[in-house]
Design a binder for this molecule. Structure first.
Ligand code: PRP
Ligand code: URA
Length: 212
């Protein structure tokens, strides 16, 4: 894969540790859900080094000092349904008051083309930093379409976070949306003929919600 300026692959040792448990087919639904949440919290922490702060006056027991805070209402979370839902609590651990929008996408199993079936976003989202989240970045179709949908609705500052990325999908998003930072915990080898990531972890939505 090419080196893209807007792609950040974490390869953090603690995230690697958790991803190896996540991949294991014997990891059950509860643990899978908890791991997705924990990894997302770590990714959020890592991907917010450039977050804007405002200065505030704080009175300590000794004196008044100028300190820095994240402005209220400055962040929104948008999971791509369904599997992105598993990442919402992980971002909320860092930004507890972030409002949540939802974009529903499913991949047509024959064509692998994403279909948008739902979109509901919080008022004022165009002025917020939006964390678009989905654990799997496979062909990149869902992420590209979700980014188009957010941009069409006026969002200007978006960060896309996926836990596992395939080179095909990461390249597609990086090239279609060079203005969007793409954060991926780990880059896998390739897609198989059904569009599944190898080695991957299987179907993230099914493993999160126990549907298969
Ligand atoms: C999965 C995953 C992504 C998409 C990635 O969702 O959660 O949204 O596939 O694939 P792509 O990069 O090739 O578009 P899926 O369509 O299985 O729906 P689900 O989350 O409802 O299970
Ligand atoms: N969606 C998933 O849930 N898993 C994959 O490997 C690819 C797309």
């Amino acid at each position: 894969m090419k080196n893209y300026k807007n792609v950040f692959i974490f390869d953090h040792p603690l995230i690697k540790h958790k991803i190896s448990i996540l991949r294991d087919k014997n990891t059950g639904m509860k643990e899978f859900r908890e791991l997705i949440e924990e990894i997302t919290t770590m990714m959020t922490y890592e991907s917010t080094r450039d977050v804007e702060l405002i200065s505030v006056k704080v009175e300590t027991p000794l004196e008044v000092t100028t300190q820095y805070k994240v402005p209220e209402e400055s962040v929104a979370i948008v999971p791509i349904l369904r599997a992105g839902l598993g990442m919402v609590n992980g971002v909320h651990k860092v930004f507890p008051t972030a409002k949540v929008g939802h974009i529903g996408m499913y991949r047509d199993e024959e064509t692998l083309e994403p279909q948008e079936y739902y979109c509901k976003l919080p008022d004022g989202i165009e002025n917020k930093t939006v964390f678009l989240v989905d654990p799997m970045l496979a062909t990149g179709g869902s992420a590209c379409d979700a980014l188009d949908a957010l941009k069409k609705r006026g969002c200007k500052k978006i960060k896309f976070m996926a836990i596992i990325g395939a080179p095909e999908g990461v390249s597609k998003v990086a090239e279609a949306h060079p203005d969007i930072p793409v954060y991926v915990s780990t880059l896998d080898r390739q897609l198989n003929e059904n569009g599944y990531i190898l080695p991957g972890l299987g179907d993230a939505g099914d493993r999160l919600f126990g549907t298969k």
